[in-house]
Write a protein that binds this ligand. Structure first.
Ligand code: CMC
Length: 447
């Protein structure tokens, strides 16, 4: 054994003695040995900075494009075990919450950490119900959109515009003012979403009604017309309630990361939430539910499924099976299981959606095909949700809006947690610069 190596091993042994929860790193560039503590299964990236080749060296960084293996925060809200297909809000399994709760109960749980007792729940429902109206000038903002504006584009812009109506929202460190914005946002998202739908249909807006509960009220604002009375079907109301619970939070996904990142600059919650909703809009994220329906319609019949699967496989990532795959779940998405079961209940009321047979066949083939099996691609939350939305009568373009409404409580819970975190700082990643070094400027006539 050479001297250097022996010294390294001795150093390493000394470093780890009596300290099991530590990582010993040997820098082969210098032969130096470092000890980095391990807490909660992580090392702190800042602990790598001490690893330098010399005084001028900036220090070691970790490189992790798309945050594949980086925890950006600690959180006590949502737990996911992607390999086992487990999802829990504040410790409660999603299956139990979906079966036993109403959406607003779950929203309270996400925000305050405990399920509400009767008194707390009644007060919470009252606070939300009495904030569902939107300012008439905000309605005028919505009127200005083109007749064929995408509902998500309208939602994102209108939520951002809301920040101009509530200047006190900028006081993000005042807990009382924060609570006010939380009430407003959870209450007004369905109103703005329903108005966006009515606008796209060229129909008059239907104002919220305090006599109705959260989901009944939303369906009524969507489907009631001044000419006719409307009573939402209880099975459809319950289906919506369950879908809202399933979509309420999902830890540090793209949209939530945007909410925390924008919020870390102490931006008001309306502007931050508009940014989170913009992330959700993307077809790889919440926009996938819309893409699934387009895909099923494009496939057209069960007999075309094998050819479509072949195209996806040949496309090598260019063409994807929308509603399949997940960054975290490498097993069944537990939400997809619940939605698939619920689809049957909904179709008993609305009649079977013919696209369901195409979806079932896609799932059957994909779950046996080596391409999907090897990559651990399973149906995700968006695979079956669109079929239910369509059965309820919601147009495809509005599907992602139906994701954004319940995710509002998750975004706000994560935003609040971030602001109260003593380690909170403005989010600002590093980069690895690979561009040119300093070079002489060339005047235009010489380029
Ligand atoms: N269809 C076909 N191949 C896929 C799919 C898919 N849906 N998803 C991933 N792959 C392949 C991908 O081509 C890659 O193959 P290879 O190793 O040969 O390059 C491999 O699987 C790993 O994919 P990845 O892109 O590295 O995985 P990721 O974790 O970065 O992406 C994802 C996750 C959800 C963006 C991706 O699975 C996807 O694009 N799915 C379709 C869109 C979708 O349904 N999104 C909704 C996600 S759930 C709700 C939400 O987040 O809002």
């Amino acid at each position: 054994m050479g001297t250097v190596e022996a010294t390294r091993n001795e150093q390493a042994a000394t470093a780890t003695e009596g300290k099991a929860d530590a990582l010993t790193i040997t820098d082969r560039r210098t032969g130096r040995v470092y000890e980095v503590p391990i807490t909660n299964g992580t090392i702190r990236a800042m602990d790598l900075r001490q690893i330098k080749t010399g005084a001028d060296d900036f220090g070691l960084m970790s490189y992790d494009p798309a945050f594949l293996n980086t925890a950006s925060c600690t959180s006590r809200i949502t737990f996911i075990d992607g390999d086992k297909g487990i999802l829990r809000y504040r410790g409660y399994p999603i299956e139990v919450l979906a079966e036993k709760c109403k959406y607003l109960e779950v929203a309270y749980l996400l925000l305050y950490g405990e399920l509400p007792n009767k008194k707390q729940y009644d007060q919470w429902v009252h606070d939300i119900t009495y904030h569902t109206m939107i300012h008439e000038s905000l309605k005028k903002v919505m009127d200005a959109f083109n007749y064929d504006a995408h509902p998500m584009g309208m939602l994102i812009s209108t939520v951002a515009a809301m920040s101009t109506f509530y200047p006190d929202a900028r006081e993000v460190h005042d807990p009382e003012k924060r609570t006010k914005q939380i009430h407003r946002l959870i209450a007004k998202m369905p109103t703005v979403s329903a108005f966006a739908y009515k606008h796209s249909m060229g129909m008059p807006y239907v104002y919220p009604s305090n006599a109705l509960d959260y989901c009944e009220n939303f369906l009524t604002m969507l489907f009631k017309t001044p000419a006719e009375s409307y009573t939402p079907n209880p099975t459809l109301v319950r289906a919506l309630e369950v879908l809202f619970i399933l979509h309420a939070d999902h830890e540090q996904n793209c949209g939530t990361n945007a909410m925390r990142s924008i919020g870390s600059a102490h931006t008001d919650p309306y502007s931050s939430l508009a940014g989170a909703a913009a992330a959700l809009y993307g077809p790889l994220h919440g926009g996938a539910n819309e893409e699934v329906l387009k895909m099923l319609e494009e496939i057209g019949s069960v007999s075309n499924v094998p050819a479509f699967i072949e195209q996806v496989k040949q496309g090598k990532g260019e063409k994807r099976l929308m509603g399949f795959g997940h960054r975290v779940y490498k097993n069944f998405d537990p939400r997809a299981k619940i939605i698939k079961r619920m689809a049957e209940e909904v179709f008993e009321v609305t009649g079977r959606n013919p696209l369901l047979d195409i979806a079932l066949e896609l799932e059957r083939i994909a779950l046996q095909d080596e391409y999907f099996v090897k990559r651990k691609l399973y149906p995700n939350v968006d695979f079956y949700s669109g079929l239910i939305y369509q059965a309820i009568g919601i147009p495809t373009a509005a599907f992602t809006v139906l994701f954004a409404i319940p995710r509002t409580s998750g975004w706000l819970a994560q935003w609040q947690e971030m602001l109260e975190d003593p380690e909170e700082k403005i989010a600002r990643p590093r980069q690895v610069y690979l561009g040119p070094g300093e070079r002489p400027f060339v005047p235009m006539e010489k380029r």
